[in-house]
Design a protein around this ligand. Structure first.
Ligand SMILES: NC(=O)c1ccc[n+]([C@@H]2O[C@H](COP(=O)([O-])OP(=O)(O)OC[C@H]3O[C@@H](n4cnc5c(N)ncnc54)[C@H](O)[C@@H]3O)[C@@H](O)[C@H]2O)c1
Length: 339
């Protein structure tokens, strides 16, 4: 008998990876799938067949949330539904794993942080990049002091994104919410999350060659941390190139560049970056992303009764930075944080 009953909302593309994760974890059993559109029933059945489990199908979230044999929920619907569905799940007493982006506004961000704290339920936001073996290894090297004191961090999300709902403001949100949030999250993680961001400036540009974006698909932000470290994050959803997730962390004793590390203490005498051969976020396909590791981390947090590093209260600062950057791009003024 599994410890936890699971509900998955929105059986689309990414849900398949969450389902894979829960099916691999002996502590969890998927008992319900909730669809939002008529095609979801067939997709849910397809996943049950593919991963060999049986769950009840619902087309009404409120009805599914009444089940008391379900303790945790994965919100895998498209962006604009995350906020309201996460609120509904927390109010129904369920632990919540919500896909990125967490929400669309700073007001929603604050509300979710407060609600998560009030309920005491465990939460996690889908910043899956933190679970790539190469990223985990590089972060361990930083924490062990192998590049010394970090003074500059840069992460860029270059991904030509296509899809009807993705370029619309009402359903996709913005370039940072749609994809750049992965890079923003890593800038914060690599610089050290206890290191507060005190100021951000950003510029954005409207689409140059595609006509399906309702928001500026290209944006660049610079951020100043309280200890003087500076960060940069660029995102373009209309860049005409194969997918690239770029990372750079400069320290007093070495540097990280993508999946390579140059470190005087770790590899004395080395004249080049030493490349980690473990998986790095260099493929946009979700089948390549470490979702099972992400799901394990979420279930671990419930088991231990301890917040995930990506809990909603911990991820609040990533979204605060995003909303501040968007405000800066709009007003052409630097924005002081906290908001
Ligand atoms: N963590 C990651 O790396 C990663 C990767 C891909 C997607 N995502 C996120 O996962 C979420 C789902 O993405 P996806 O590619 O699986 O999406 P998808 O297009 O496959 O749709 C997912 C689900 O959303 C619901 N849906 C779609 N359009 C709807 C509409 N107009 N109204 C109501 N419901 C609708 C449906 O229930 C569908 O099953 C998105 O928020 C996306 O940003 C995250």
């Amino acid at each position: 008998m599994s410890n936890y009953g699971v509900m998955v909302i929105g059986p689309g593309w990414v849900a398949g990876e969450h389902i894979k994760g829960y099916c691999k974890d002996p502590r969890t059993e998927i008992r319900a799938i909730v669809g939002m559109v008529p095609e979801d029933r067939a997709r849910a059945e397809q996943y049950m067949k593919q991963f060999n489990f049986k769950a009840d199908y619902y087309d009404c979230l409120d009805a599914a949330l009444k089940r008391d044999d379900i303790q945790l929920v994965s919100v895998c619907t498209i962006n604009f539904l995350h906020y309201e569905q996460t609120v509904a799940c927390l109010q129904a007493g369920k632990h919540v794993m919500v896909e990125k982006p967490l929400c669309f506004t700073q007001q929603q961000n604050r509300h979710l942080r407060d609600l998560a704290r009030q309920t005491g339920l465990q939460t996690q936001v889908g910043h899956v990049c933190r679970f790539y073996p190469a990223i985990v290894g590089l972060k361990n090297f930083i924490d062990a002091g192998h590049i010394g004191e970090v003074f500059y961090v840069e992460a860029d999300y270059w991904h030509e994104i296509k899809g009807a709902w993705k370029g619309k403001k009402s359903t996709g949100g913005s370039a940072l919410l749609m994809g750049g949030c992965h890079a923003v999250d890593l800038v914060r993680w690599m610089a050290g999350e206890t290191n507060e961001i005190v100021e951000v400036s950003a510029m954005s540009a409207p689409a140059r060659w595609r006509s399906d974006f309702e928001y500026d698909p290209t944006i660049v932000l610079t951020a100043r941390f309280a200890n003087g470290t500076i960060g940069k994050c660029a995102t373009s959803l209309e860049c005409n190139m194969p997918y690239v997730f770029h990372l750079q962390v400069n320290g007093s004793k070495g540097t990280i560049r993508n999946n390579g590390i140059y470190s005087e203490t770790l590899f004395p005498g080395s004249r080049d970056f030493v490349k980690l051969s473990s998986t790095y976020p260099d493929d946009w396909n979700v089948g390549h992303h470490p979702f099972p590791e992400e799901i394990t981390a979420f279930v671990d947090s419930i088991d231990r009764g301890a917040e995930s590093m990506l809990s909603i209260p911990n991820t609040y600062k990533t979204y605060e930075l995003i909303f501040a950057a968007e405000k800066s791009a709009e007003t052409h003024e630097p924005i002081k944080l906290p908001l």
